[in-house]
Design a protein around this ligand. Structure first.
Ligand code: R5P
Length: 291
């Protein structure tokens, strides 16, 4: 296998190549004055199974197009098989029609990637597993929650309370609890589909005097974590941390979260940034070695 170092995940691709011992294929990227992308593979992929490592966080449309172009380049240059390793998969949140008149974004993305020549896809903590059924080729989502929880064990936070900010993320808190060895629980979150407004409650939560880590798949505007942190503080939590797989952290999200009393934000390199303290390289390397 060869690892294609997609421009949005070059460092992660390098780490995967190092851990697996697979050869690397660097990529030349140019952005034209009008914003269009140009890519070129700098190495032979003839008869190879290639893994293109390319996350699709912001600018997601450019990153998606570059992924599609790289797949096309791999197939045009006679790669035998193309596996896309897309740590953060954009548009996965719109995995069904929630309201009449909507589209299913991830279905379009899946069709586009297939047309570009991708034969299989590996992603990480996709927002809803349901999104995977739109891919007409093998698609799997791996979980990075144990890696995040291990980071906190390394900080001496064993036995911390693993909290999900909504019921949908309870499975995430439970995976963290399996590593941390403490308790787990969830808040209730309701989203108005028309206004987008959310409300959170935590009626039966007992966190007084405890260290709590709020685990989620995505932190976007930070509103969910800010709301959760406020509830935790009201209920007497002693220390509050937060961890997510995909730290989009739009605008002043980081500041708002820290201002709400959260001591530290930890995310993975699915979205490279200053909070991505946990690398997905070990998880993705194992997945690629098993193919
Ligand atoms: C939603 O269900 C997700 O799991 C996250 O909780 C959500 O995307 C976070 O968004 P924000 O940071 O904007 O509250």
């Amino acid at each position: 296998m060869k690892i294609v170092l997609g421009p949005s995940s070059r460092l992660l691709g390098e780490r995967i190549a190092e851990l697996t011992g697979f050869g690397k294929v660097p990529v030349v990227l140019r952005i034209f004055p009008d914003g269009e992308s140009y890519v070129r593979l700098e190495g032979s992929v003839k008869d190879e199974h290639v893994a293109i490592v390319q996350t699709t966080c912001s600018p997601q449309d450019s990153n998606l197009m570059q992924l599609a172009f790289l797949a096309n380049a791999a197939k045009r240059n006679e790669a035998r098989k193309v596996t896309a390793v897309v740590p953060y998969l954009a548009y996965a949140r719109q995995d069904k029609m929630f309201l009449e008149g909507e589209n299913v974004s991830i279905e379009t993305i899946a069709d586009m990637l297939k047309a570009a020549g991708i034969d299989e896809i590996i992603t990480v903590n996709i927002h809803a597993e349901n999104a995977l059924r739109h891919f007409l080729f093998p698609a799997k989502s791996m979980s990075a929650i144990s890696l995040l929880a291990e980071y906190f064990v390394g900080k001496g936070c064993e036995e911390a309370f693993a909290l999900a900010p909504d019921k949908g993320a309870l499975y995430i808190a439970e995976q963290a609890k399996a590593v941390l060895g403490g308790e787990s629980g969830n808040l209730e979150k309701h989203r108005d589909r028309y206004t987008g407004q959310t409300t959170q409650t935590g009626k039966h939560l007992n966190v007084k005097g405890k260290t709590v880590i709020i685990f989620d798949d995505i932190i976007s505007t930070g509103g969910t974590i800010v709301g959760a942190a406020r509830i935790l503080k009201e209920k007497g939590a002693e220390r509050v941390f937060t961890a997510c797989v995909h730290g989009l952290l739009i605008g002043d999200a980081e500041k708002r979260i820290l201002d709400a009393g959260v001591e530290e934000i930890v995310s993975t390199d699915s979205v490279p940034g200053k909070n991505s303290k946990v690398s997905l390289a070990p998880l993705l390397s194992e997945a690629l070695k098993a193919l």
